[in-house]
Design a protein around this ligand. Structure first.
Ligand code: SAH
Ligand code: SF4
Length: 356
């Protein structure tokens, strides 16, 4: 398989060009074609020689994603199902927010963390995505705007699609550097959020990455018993280990952390759970933000259902009373399977049914 060129940082590309006997400054020209003019073919890079174009075509893939399904919801959310060159399928979501255009990217084909409430975890990891395949998702959404003559720009990115980003750490880091680069997509680090199920060693490493990217932790429970029942990763990195990594991160960066908390009826949404959660976060108050998330029902996980509205509000009040920063997350695109992994898992089932 050829490498997706979107995954080459500018330094990597210029070093590669020099090794091929090309001029270093060609990297700037190529990046301009990729990110400013946003061409779809190397042959459109008209200030390059035929030879250079042939060299690029021989080694790189420019458009690694094929659109299979595009669904637009009534609230403007757009969900894309893409096919990769090896026929694997991934999902990307565009959310139109008041503050801008936000894209949710996938980092792996499937996920091995296997959380018991998540559609992505139903399909074990097939492979990691390359940095270029992750960048290409953002580019496809930008090109979706371009093709419609919309004067819109992808301004925010959330790494919350299928996969565990910290289980594909190096590629995700390259992805972040490329979309943040002023000559790349120039998406401000503060407009980027990476969400992890809580891989403690990588949380510590992430503190040293030199970018001001936001970190979100999928906590979902205030104690080990409940958390292990939902997330088996909690056996490897129990809450104490996770919080030790969080503290180190906070100490080094002094940046705020979001704790995601899916509200599941009767599982983690009791007032007592809110009190335990407040206790857990009490020494980080100013830097900890809790995001209460409505559960998106997944048909295979019918042991779970969405919390009642009054329980969510009571939970929220209890956190507030204890001085915890907290918001209830707005939903997007519920009429189009917008929860991560849902569109893909449906498509895979259809495929299996056809094959059977
Ligand atoms: N693997 C990473 C990032 C992708 S999941 C992580 O787990 O953090 C992004 C977020 O969506 C996580 O907080 C995850 O717990 C949440 N999520 C997964 N399934 C969901 C569902 N059915 N309804 C609502 N949120 C869900
Ligand atoms: Fe993987 Fe995140 Fe889903 Fe857990 S919630 S299975 S870590 S994608």
């Amino acid at each position: 398989m050829k490498t997706a060129i979107y995954g080459m940082t500018k330094t990597q590309l210029s070093e590669w060009l020099v090794a091929q006997g090309e001029k270093k400054f060609r990297a700037n020209q190529i990046w301009e074609w990729l990110y400013e003019k946003r061409v779809d073919r190397f042959s459109e890079m008209t200030n390059l020689s035929k030879q250079t174009i042939a060299l690029l075509e021989e080694h790189f893939e420019l458009a690694p994603l094929k659109e299979i399904i595009v669904q637009e919801a009534s609230d403007g959310t757009v969900k894309y199902l893409f096919e990769l060159p090896d026929k694997n399928m991934i999902e990307t979501v565009l959310m139109r927010q008041e503050y801008g255009m936000s894209v949710c990217v996938t980092t792996q084909v499937g996920c091995n963390i296997g959380c018991t409430f998540c559609a992505s975890g139903l399909l074990t990891k097939n492979r990691d995505l390359t940095a270029g395949e992750i960048v290409a998702q953002v580019m496809q959404v930008q090109k979706y705007f371009d093709a419609r003559g919309l004067d819109e720009r992808v301004s925010h990115v959330v790494v919350m699609g299928i996969g565990e980003p910290f289980d594909n750490y190096d590629n995700v880091m390259d992805f972040l550097y490329i979309i943040n680069d002023a000559k790349g997509l120039a998406i401000g680090a503060r407009h980027i959020t990476v969400s992890t199920s809580g891989l403690a060693p990588q949380i510590k490493a992430f503190a040293d990455n030199g970018l001001q990217v936001n970190l979100a932790i999928s906590l979902h429970a205030p104690n080990n018993e409940v958390r292990t029942s939902m997330m088996r990763i909690n056996r490897r990195f129990p809450i104490e280990t996770l919080m030790e990594a969080v503290d180190e991160y906070l100490e080094k960066t002094n940046r705020r952390i979001t704790f995601e908390y899916i509200m599941l009826a009767g599982v983690n949404d009791r007032r007592q759970h809110a009190r335990e959660l407040a206790e857990l976060l009490k020494d980080k108050k100013k830097l900890a933000y809790v995001n209460l998330i409505p559960y998106n029902p997944v048909s295979e996980h019918d042991q779970y259902s969405r919390s009642e509205k009054e329980d969510v509000l009571a939970f929220y009040d209890e956190l507030k009373r204890n001085g915890v920063n907290c918001v209830i997350r707005k939903e997007h695109g519920t009429d189009i399977d917008a929860a991560c992994g849902q569109l893909r898992s449906k498509q895979m089932k259809k495929k299996k049914a056809v094959r059977a």
